[in-house]
Design a protein around this ligand. Structure first.
Ligand code: BG6
Length: 476
């Protein structure tokens, strides 16, 4: 088996060290890497934020999440804290005096700080790689539309080279998502039917049962479209739609992904719908309407659900619609990709099949369980030729020991080892925004259609499918 090497020693600097992301995901992921023997023991972890705190304060803040972990005691002594204002150049000049050798700068901050921090790192000489690598990890949202994303790309690329910038999309840290490439390009069986001759359409769903909770401020300014589509859902689409790369290295893979994202046609507002949850119940628990949530403007137009038909104009995909949907407060948590194959050319079982044969489907289940199933029909036992739908199921948990992971492990390891495969390049980000731009413009007017919390979304999402005599795969 291929054993991954230990990462090179580096200082891992986190801007926004006292935030939720740092505590819940970044540190636990670093601890998981250490326990898997993948993190160099000399790795230093330096948190920076504007709050009053010190080394011990940060360590104690992390104890709650990590104290049960065997390696935490060792790592704990490598954790440090500096108080610093991200808009003050002194924060960066003193950091420059302190940092020697390799460093990663992780921007776990509000998006308004991404550009200014990269500028300040550049001004302080912290992005100069003459004495070690210097890499910047940028969280989402990367811009809020095409113009702002282009401006942010220009700003960061004026200070750092593309190979120093790691634009993170945490969906790409999920095992089943990474498996898509292996399933496609490691199996003749799948790849030979992976085109518009055999595939009728593709469905990509990221359904969440949770509401926006305490994230009203962020969410009301963002909405489901910006939050999920040009980034997470298009990344899944790219994994499904990309051409085989010429090799498995980062440049080749990123180029193929960029090509498919740039082939997404600007989305026609008539082929997209938006929804907003009203009152209802999720898993038996009452849920109040979006408009009454904390920090949400009662006159808000923000959508909590979107569904759309997406056309990808390439040789392989012309004529195969990709249906995308995502939303909050839905009936179940369910992230999945459904590849629906065309009907057989001639139904030989007309006499015995009431409607029509159910189509073959390949379902790639990403969350909550990681699985792949292939749905097909067989003959029921007995003298008459009656068909029955069945499914062949592969579940990750049945075959592999799955350690509890946050989903950030591979991504952080890749930053430390310099592998950009799973990170978005500037052109991918811009192509994603370009495709959704018509919706961003159109949806400045009107308001979303209400759906009851705990349902499968607004009725017009079903209508979008029914118009084409199709239906969504059931949630959950
Ligand atoms: C984040 C979005 O990027 O992804 C959230 O901002 C969303 O709104 C989350 O809930 C979904 O991620 P996951 O890994 O829980 O499916």
């Amino acid at each position: 088996m291929n054993k991954a090497p230990v990462s090179p020693a580096a200082t891992f600097v986190i801007f926004g060290a006292l935030g939720d992301l740092t505590r819940r995901l970044l540190f636990p992921a670093l601890v998981n890497l250490a326990e898997a023997g993948l993190l160099a023991p000399e790795t230093e972890l330096l948190g920076i934020s504007h709050h009053d705190c010190d080394d011990d304060g940060l360590r104690r803040a992390l104890d709650d999440f990590l104290k049960e972990r065997p390696s935490w005691e060792n790592i704990r002594s490598h954790v440090h804290y500096r108080k610093g204002d991200f808009r003050d150049s002194k924060t960066f000049t003193s950091l420059a005096g302190e940092l020697k050798g390799n460093a990663v700068f992780y921007l776990a901050t509000g998006p308004g700080f991404f550009g200014p921090i990269v500028d300040a790192l550049g001004d302080a000489g912290l992005l100069d790689e003459s004495r070690g690598f210097r890499r910047v990890v940028i969280e989402k949202p990367f811009g809020t539309d095409l113009t702002t994303a282009q401006a942010l790309n220009r700003q960061v690329l004026a200070r750092a080279k593309e190979d120093q910038i790691y634009r993170i999309d945490h969906f790409l840290g999920k095992e089943t998502v990474q498996n898509i490439m292996v399933a496609r390009f490691g199996n003749t069986l799948l790849e030979s039917v992976w085109n518009n001759r055999y595939i009728d359409h593709v469905q990509i769903t990221a359904a969440e049962a949770v509401t926006i909770g305490s994230r009203g401020k962020f969410y009301d300014a963002t909405g489901a479209l910006r939050d999920m589509v040009p980034n997470h859902l298009f990344q899944l689409l790219a994994m499904i739609g990309m051409e085989p790369p010429v090799s498995f290295d980062a440049a080749a893979i990123r180029t193929e992904k960029a090509k498919v994202i740039s082939a997404i046609c600007p989305i026609d507002p008539h082929e997209a719908i938006r929804g907003r949850y009203g009152t209802g119940a999720v898993a038996g628990e009452p849920v109040s309407a979006y408009l009454t949530e904390l920090d949400v403007d009662p006159l808000s137009r923000t959508e909590t659900f979107v569904a759309m038909k997406v056309h990808v104009e390439t040789w392989r995909w012309t004529g195969v619609p990709f249906y995308l949907r995502t939303g909050k407060a839905l009936a179940a948590r369910d992230t999945e990709i459904v590849i629906q194959f065309r009907d057989v050319p001639l139904s030989l079982f007309r006499e015995t099949v009431v409607d029509r044969l159910p189509p073959n489907r390949l379902v790639i289940q990403i969350q909550p369980d990681e699985a792949i199933s292939l749905e097909f029909v067989v003959k029921q036992p007995g003298p008459a030729v009656n068909t029955a739908p069945v499914s062949m199921d592969f579940s990750y948990a049945d075959h592999f020991e799955l350690q509890h992971q946050t989903g950030y492990e591979t991504l952080l390891y890749d930053v430390l080892t310099g592998d950009q495969t799973l990170f978005q390049r500037a052109d991918q980000i811009e192509a994603g925004w370009r495709a959704v731009q018509p919706l961003l413009e159109m949806w400045q007017q009107g308001s979303p259609e209400e759906y009851p919390a705990g349902s499968a979304g607004p009725e017009s999402a079903d209508a979008l499918m029914h118009r084409a005599h199709r239906r969504w795969h059931r949630l959950g």
